[in-house]
Design a protein around this ligand. Sequence first.
Ligand code: B12
Length: 287
Amino acid sequence: MIRHIDIAAAEIFEFKEKNPQRYKELIEVGIRIGFGESPAEWGKVDSTPAQIRAKYLPKDADYAALTNAVIEGEVKEAEKLTAALLEKGRDPTGIVVDALMPGIQTVCEIYDNGDAFVPEILLANDALVAGVALCQVRLGDMPSAGRVASLVVEGDVHDIGKNIVAAILRANGFEVIDLGRDVLIADAVNLAKKEKLDLVTGTSLMSTTKEGLRTLAEELKALGVPVACGGAAVDDHFVETFSNSIYGKSPLDAVKIAQAVVAGKDWAEVRKEMKIGKGQEKEKVKN
Ligand code: B12
């Protein structure tokens, strides 16, 4: 909007008269931005690496040792500890969700606060993948619970979460075709035309790539394949702005969505069920 400077100045003085408190706040915000601060960072609680580790560390000592191996990016150690847990008869899905995943969450949050670097994330991811692979071997060949394709949308290389989602779906008996990261919508559509898919899971970690989920869901609608959408860049409000889509927060939500779709429910029904489930959890917390 272009205004003449006199008009703009008059409006500013008028605003100051009418709303002095808000005027003061806005001036302070302007000064902070002027000094190079980013509003996106305001209100963020900066935890120390030790606090973040404590937040995610499992209470179970065996699980905690594995979580620490992931955090340290010790691939061999993570493999050894996972194998030992499986040998003891611990549940492979439990090992992924409650021991391996907390490790990667920890490193990612420490990185986010500026206290870790990219190689540390990548090593932690290698340790996670090594553990997940052993858990998958233990699960062996199960009768297929359904067919799912998993991908990260075009322009986005953040695939750690997608890998976890694919692993948990496999652990629950689903056949997963992993399309990888930075995936073109056309590639997903071509796959859905060739293969019988029950569901596609789409991940987006960036606000610049999340619109890819909308296009993906819209394109797959004609083929009758719904899209479960997740990743830190999206929430239920966003996902509900388009059809043929169901929002899920955790990898276990992806499993619930896949099971419901395979049971013959359509995307709108599953979306409703997922929302009710979330509401009930909140009620439980209140009680
Ligand atoms: C690791 C990381 C990277 C790694 C990625 C390595 C890899 N192979 O994935 C590297 C270093 C390569 C990277 C690069 C970049 N990154 Co980065 N990165 C992160 C970081 C720290 C962690 C992401 C992560 O893996 N989280 C852990 C996983 C497990 O979480 P998740 O993916 O959300 O998945 C979980 C759930 O969401 C769910 N889920 C996931 N998918 C699905 C799907 C379904 C269907 C369901 C139900 C559930 C579900 O399950 C998972 C397990 O709980 C985040 C900050 C953060 N703390 O989130 C920034 C972040 C995502 N990156 C960011 C940016 C900007 C970038 C870069 C552009 C930086 C740059 N200037 O180069 C590039 C992007 C390159 C590109 N084109 O994609 C921004 C995005 C901002 C935004 N909102 O748009 C973030 C938020 C950092 C920030 N605070 O600014 N990054």
